[in-house]
Design a protein around this ligand. Sequence first.
Ligand code: SAM
Length: 369
Amino acid sequence: MIFKKGEFFNGPGGFGLAAKLARVTDKHGTEYRVEHQWSNDIDESACETYIRNICPDRPESVILGDVRELDIEQLEGIDAFTFGFPCNDYSLVGEHKGLDGDYGPLYTYGVKVLRRFQPKWFIAENVSGLQSANDGQAFNQILVDLIESGYRITPHLYKFQDYGVPQTRHRIIIVGIRDDLGLEFKVPAPTHGPGTSKPYRTARQALMDPPIADDAPNHEFTRHTAKVIELLNHIPPGENAWYEGIPENLRLNVKGAKLSQIYKRLEPDAPAYTVTGSGGGGTHIYHWDEPRALTNRERARLQTFPDDFVFCGGKEKVRQQVGMAVPPQGAKVIIEAILKTFAGVEYEYTDATWNTEDFVPERQIVLSL
Ligand SMILES: C[S@@+](CC[C@H](N)C(=O)[O-])C[C@H]1O[C@@H](n2cnc3c(N)ncnc32)[C@H](O)[C@@H]1O
């Protein structure tokens, strides 16, 4: 059984690769998998990366442009939909045009797709901070909109290190299955860490096992100033630019918040801290042993992209793409759990972080006032 997948905010293809690799076979030998149908992103390099790695034979299926200007009616029908929506401009403050507003919150364009095509399942992804945006109202609004689009949803705060990703990355992922299908999605149980048979994957394993070839793609080293190298030489693994042992003359002169990730060196025998795509000097993730920032290929390893997944664009564009992606190995566990739900294949599961009943009634009360 093949699920044709549409995607918004495709980025370099974290979800794209996970979907391409996911496979489940039911007891009759029928294979369940996902096939790319179309996707969209506003970023040219991200689209190039996606085409190159996910659908090289169908470049026209990756639509470059602003989702707010996309003619959703012209898109082909789909059975599955993924959208890791940017949430930065979502706000309930001011004029709230809702789903019909031209400049409404970007997630609403995903909701339009759900209402237009009614795919059998979807995955929405966002940062963990979404739960507290607008005092929790934003999250509530999003869940209610998804439920009212005709889906039974399972929102959960996934800790990707629990699924074999060598990085502490926490993301809210909402899986929705169309109401009429009568299926219930369960959050797959952690596979790594306490309570499982496997330890967490560490930064050392990710970067060294196997070693990265010198000529691997996206493996350019950053040239640091002598001062940055000296600063890094005084920061032990796991510590950052505010470490007390740094000599006075090397200390950063920063007023205000001292972000804990600034010039933070990795701890080799633990999962890495979260790989991010934005941020200036000092936020590029620093090697535990060598006084330097990681290369994009090393960051891609922490995000579980294979070495033959080539990112397109300049070094800074690639850093952005790698940092914003969903780790494909983690997303694959979730997609395979969805496929198992459809295939009737049992799997170990755990409780979801949120019970959707906590969200729906509030809206109903509001509507009935
Ligand atoms: C968090 S990333 C998504 C990563 C992707 N889910 C993955 O797994 O690789 C968000 C993406 O939204 C895109 N984006 C932001 N604003 C957009 C807009 N108005 N229209 C289309 N894409 C947009 C960005 O270029 C970025 O690639």
